[in-house]
Design a protein. Structure first.
Length: 459
């Protein structure tokens, strides 16, 4: 999800949305205010009144300048907004105790134009920056500050995993695997490695069982790279197209200097490379005296190929993968994915003369607008990479399994009950996957309908 973005302080704003990153994937950056965090306790809404001659009660906020914009947020609930510099200064003054009327007068004197304080304060309410008037001052409770600054669990482990000695070990392990693979080409990944046994249920069950710890390791590297910086994280199950994914959310990453965000974003792919290296080396070291792979070695190569497919999947930019988050972060974008899709849609509609179907471009962030002109074509490339990997790997594997299953069911009495049972269980597992995907689609649709609509924040 993109961090919530506010317009220039003097400009009232009206609506728009966006989401998060994949399971092998990326940490969705900050808080998407169109899907606010569910929390207990009172929440100040845009309709709550305020006295222009009394200080506005605000929660303790953090500020991070990035170019001409400033990220402002509440680390205790991971709610963040991107403000123009003048808008961030308004918030600073309000947090320091200036009244809304005094702040508006300062803005007029400083910039020579008036500011709609009603709209600004309503936006702060939607971001949950405003404290209910009847709650104690932060200095009296200290709860928010303590929550924001308290050390997170596993921070030391995260620091150790990405320390200089760890990087040396990772480089040595990867280099060793590459050298062995170069000297013995039968270790090179190929879809034939998937068929380490003639029983399709065993193949599918093994890949599924081993995929769970590998995916958890992928997400754990994301989380630990973030916790090394003191950031909290959450893990959820989601969907990208027809893929079932795990998603690690690191909302606080948006309040970290940009150069320090790259490691948490790419840490999952580092874990994938290390897993492939270890599996390749185990397969080589457990060969039989004849030089053939042992059963355990064949299983390792099958899992390594599955991990490689997940790495290739990261190039599916349109699915908002780790690499998508990397690109959008490096370019300083806010909501590149949706902007690029809308840009493509408008371009096609203009070519077809369907001006009535054009998407309103007024809510686009300027960086997103510039980048979408060329990034929109990378979405097309992403589709091509996905289709290519599907055709080169998934289709041959699926075809071989389908032919084998049908052959067993139509083979008459020549097929044993073990093989029939294997095919029946395999077919059931395939159907079950589609049922889970359908359930996730229904859940996502219900969540979208339940989203809180905003009138003062571009989400």
């Amino acid at each position: 999800a993109a961090p919530t973005r506010l317009p220039p302080a003097a400009t009232p704003t009206h609506p728009a949305p966006t989401p998060g990153g994949p399971g092998g994937g990326p940490p969705p950056p900050p808080h998407d205010s169109s899907r606010p965090h569910a929390r207990k306790g009172p929440v100040v809404t845009a309709s709550a009144g305020y006295d222009p001659d009394r200080p506005l009660p605000l929660h303790q906020l953090v500020y991070l300048a990035d170019g001409e914009e400033v990220t402002v947020g509440r680390p205790d609930i991971d709610s963040y907004g991107i403000f123009p510099a003048d808008g961030a200064e308004i918030v600073r003054r309000l947090e320091a105790g200036a009244t809304p009327r005094d702040t508006a007068a300062w803005y007029l004197d400083e910039y020579g134009e008036s500011v709609d304080m009603d709209d600004v304060i309503a936006a702060l309410g939607e971001l949950e920056f405003v404290r209910p008037a009847d709650t104690a001052e932060p200095a009296e409770t200290g709860a928010a500050a303590e929550t924001a600054t308290a050390p997170v669990r596993w921070q030391r482990l995260g620091a150790a995993l990405f320390s200089p000695p760890a990087w040396i070990a990772y480089a040595a392990l990867t280099a060793w695997a590459l050298v062995v693979m170069f000297r013995r080409p039968d270790l090179a990944p190929t879809y034939n490695h998937v068929f380490f046994t003639d029983y399709y249920t065993v193949v599918q069950a093994a890949l599924f069982v081993f995929a769970i710890p590998q995916l958890l390791l992928h997400e754990a590297f994301h989380a630990l790279a973030g916790r090394r910086l003191g950031l909290r994280s959450t893990l959820t199950i989601g969907r990208r197209l027809y893929f079932i994914v795990l998603e690690t959310s690191l909302p606080g990453l948006v309040a970290v200097p940009r150069r320090r965000r790259y490691l948490p974003i790419l840490a999952g792919m580092l874990a994938d490379v290390l897993v492939m290296a270890v599996l390749t080396l185990v397969a080589d070291l457990t060969r039989e005296p004849s030089g053939a792979f042992s059963f355990g070695g064949r299983v390792c190569l099958a899992i390594a190929f599955a991990v490689l497919i997940r790495v290739v999947w990261q190039f599916s930019f349109y699915l908002r993968t780790d690499l998508y988050v990397l690109i959008s972060t490096a370019l300083g974008c806010v909501d590149l994915h949706d902007t690029a899709k809308q840009y493509l849609r408008n371009r096609v509609n203009r070519l077809l003369g369907r001006t009535g179907h054009l998407v309103d471009e007024s809510g686009w962030h300027e960086t997103d607008r510039r980048t979408a002109r060329w990034y929109s074509w990378l979405i097309v490339v992403g589709y091509a990479v996905s289709i290519g990997s599907f055709a080169l790997a998934a289709v041959p594997i699926g075809y071989r399994m389908l032919v084998g299953v049908l052959g067993r069911f139509t083979g008459g009495g020549e097929v044993g009950w073990e093989e029939l049972l294997d095919s029946a269980v395999f077919s059931t597992l395939v159907v079950l996957q589609f049922v889970i995907i359908a359930w996730l689609m229904i859940r996502d649709r219900r969540n979208r309908r339940a989203q809180r609509r905003l009138a003062h924040v571009i989400a």
